[in-house]
Design a protein around this ligand. Structure first.
Ligand code: IMP
Length: 440
C-alpha cells in the first residue's frame, strides 16, 4: 500500500503547499483529487519561489509521479502554462500524468462564474472566478467536456455545442466574445489536446499499480474542509469535496487504500470570500495577524479575513476526515502577541450556546466564537527545531489544541522555509515520518 491523504482542515490556505511539498519528498507518487486552479500554493525552494495552481506538489523532485486525477477540473491553458514554466526552468515534467476522465474548464464556464456572481449582487460567494462551479455543474448535468474529448476531433465540436445549449440565455451578454465562437473554441481546445496528449493516461490504473507495488502515494487535497460543498458553510463553499473521503472518488481508489489522513491547519483561522466566520477579528488584532502572517491570496491576491483558532470547526473537520494527524502551520505568527485566544464554543441568538458545529445556515450566520485565553509567549520560535525548544506556553497551546480536537499533532511549522519544521514524536512514528527519518 500505503496511501496518505493530506487535506486542509479549515477554509483553505492552511499552508498545505509547504507541508505537502515536504511530505512529497518521501512519496513515490502525488495525486490531486479535486478542485482546480482556484487553488494555489507557493513553494520556496533554495530561495526560488514557485507558484502552482494545478500541477501536483512533488514535480520539483526528479522522477516523482505527479498525477492530476479524474476529480479535478482542468483549465488546459493554465496547466499548459505551468508545464511550459517548469520546462523553461529545466524541470523534468515526464512524471506528470493527467486523467483522461478529468473535466475541462471552458471559456463559458469562466464567463458563467463571473455572470453568476454579478447576478447574486450582495449575496455573492466571492468565488475565484476561474469557472470552477460551472464546470462541476456541467459535470453533474452530464454536459461536461473531458480531457479525452480534447483528443477527439470528431466529437469535441458536437459536445461543446450541446453543452452551450442550456447556457444560451445566461451567455447572451457575452455573445460577441470571440472566445465563445464555436469554431475558435473548438480549434483552441484541440490545440490544447495536442499539447497535453503526451501526459494523458489512465491515472486510476497508475494509482492502483503504485499502491499494489507498495509505493507511497500521497493524495493532495485542495481548499479546505469548511469549503466542502456537502459539509462546509454552504452556499459559501467551493463546488467540490475537499474532505479526505473525496480522495477515493477523485482518484479511483477505495477507503481501504488509505492508511493515514493528515489535516493541515494554521494556529489561527483565515478565510477568503464571503460566508460565516465565527471567530473573525474585524479589528486591529485581525489586521495585525493579517500583516504578520502575510495573509493575501495566492490565486487572487485578495486580503484574507483573519480570526482566532476555531477549535469547534477544527474538531468537526477532524471527525469529518477521521484525521490521524494534525500539521499546525504558522505558529510563529502568534509569537509576541500580548494575548492568545482559541474558540471552544459558539454563542448564537437568544443566548443560545453551541459546543458542536451547527448545521443550520441561519444559526451559523449568527454564531460568535466564545473564546478562552491561553498564555502567550514572546520568544521568536522561528529557529526552534524540536518540541522541547518551544517555549512552555507554545507547547501548552499545542497540547490544548490536540486534546480538544482529539487528534495528535505530527508536525509544526514555524516559518516558510523547509527547515523551519518540527516533527513531533507522533510525526516521527507516522509512515511519512519513518520514511523521512530513514532517508536522513
Ligand atoms: P470557487 O472555488 O472559485 O467557486 O470559490 C468558492 C469559494 O471558495 C470562495 O469563497 C473562494 O474564496 C473559496 N476558495 C476557492 N479556492 C480556494 C483556495 O484554494 N483557498 C481558499 N479559498 C478558496
Amino acid at each position: 500500500m500505503p496511501g496518505i491523504v493530506i487535506v486542509g482542515a479549515q477554509w483553505g490556505d492552511e499552508g498545505k503547499g509547504k507541508i505537502t511539498d515536504l511530505l512529497a519528498q518521501q512519496a513515490d507518487a502525488v495525486v490531486r483529487f479535486q478542485g482546480g486552479n482556484n487553488a494555489g500554493h507557493t513553494i520556496v525552494r533554495d530561495g526560488t519561489v514557485w507558484k502552482f495552481h494545478l500541477v501536483p506538489s512533488g514535480i520539483l523532485y526528479p522522477g516523482k509521479r505527479c498525477i492530476v486525477g479524474n476529480g479535478v477540473v482542468i483549465d488546459p491553458k493554465v496547466l499548459i502554462g505551468e508545464i511550459h514554466e517548469l520546462r523553461a526552468r529545466r524541470i523534468d515534467t515526464r512524471g506528470l500524468k493527467i486523467s483522461a476522465n478529468a473535466h475541462v474548464i471552458m471559456p463559458y464556464h469562466r464567463l458563467l462564474d463571473t455572470a453568476g456572481e454579478a447576478r447574486l449582487g450582495k449575496l455573492q460567494i466571492g468565488t475565484t472566478k476561474r469557472g470552477i462551479g460551472p464546470a462541476y455543474a456541467d459535470k453533474a448535468s452530464r454536459l461536461g467536456i473531458r480531457v479525452q474529448d480534447l483528443l477527439d476531433e470528431k466529437i469535441l465540436k458536437k459536445k461543446i455545442a450541446t453543452a452551450l445549449e442550456p447556457h444560451k440565455l445566461a451567455l447572451r451578454p457575452y455573445e460577441r466574445e470571440p472566445e465563445l465562437d464555436l469554431h475558435t473554441m473548438n480549434e483552441e481546445y484541440l490545440t490544447y489536446g495536442r499539447q497535453l496528449q503526451e501526459y494523458v493516461a489512465d491515472t486510476t490504473r497508475l494509482v492502483w499499480d503504485a499502491l499494489e507495488q507498495g509505493d507511497l502515494v500521497l493524495f493532495e487535497g485542495a481548499q479546505g474542509t469548511m469549503l466542502d460543498i456537502d459539509h462546509g458553510t454552504y452556499p459559501f463553499v467551493t463546488s467540490s469535496n475537499p474532505v479526505a473521503g473525496a480522495a477515493c472518488v477523485g482518484a479511483g481508489v477505495g477507503p481501504r487504500d488509505i492508511d493515514e489522513i493528515w489535516g493541515v491547519c494554521k494556529a489561527y483561522t483565515t478565510r477568503v470570500g464571503a460566508g460565516p466566520f465565527p471567530t473573525e477579528l474585524a479589528d486591529e488584532m485581525g489586521e495585525r495577524i493579517r500583516e504578520r502572517g502575510n495573509e493575501y491570496g495566492t490565486t487572487t491576491g485578495r486580503p484574507r479575513r483573519t480570526g482566532w483558532l476555531d477549535l469547534v470547526a477544527l474538531r468537526y473537520a477532524a471527525r469529518l476526515n477521521t484525521l490521524s494527524a494534525l500539521a499546525i502551520t504558522k505558529l510563529d505568527v502568534l509569537s509576541g502577541l500580548d494575548k492568545v485566544f482559541v474558540c471552544t464554543s459558539y454563542s448564537g441568538e437568544d443566548d443560545a450556546a453551541f459546543d458542536e458545529y451547527p448545521y443550520h445556515q441561519s444559526v451559523l450566520h449568527h454564531a460568535r466564537g466564545e473564546l478562552i485565553e491561553l498564555e502567550a509567549w514572546s520568544e521568536d520560535i522561528s529557529d526552534c527545531r524540536s518540541e522541547e525548544e518551544l517555549p512552555a506556553p507554545a507547547r501548552d497551546f499545542l497540547a490544548f489544541v490536540a486534546d480538544f480536537v482529539g487528534a495528535p499533532i505530527a508536525m509544526i511549522s514555524v516559518g516558510p522555509g523547509r527547515d523551519q519544521t518540527i516533527w513531533t514524536s507522533t510525526g516521527a512514528e507516522s509512515l511519512l515520518g519513518r520514511a523521512a527519518l530513514a532517508a536522513e
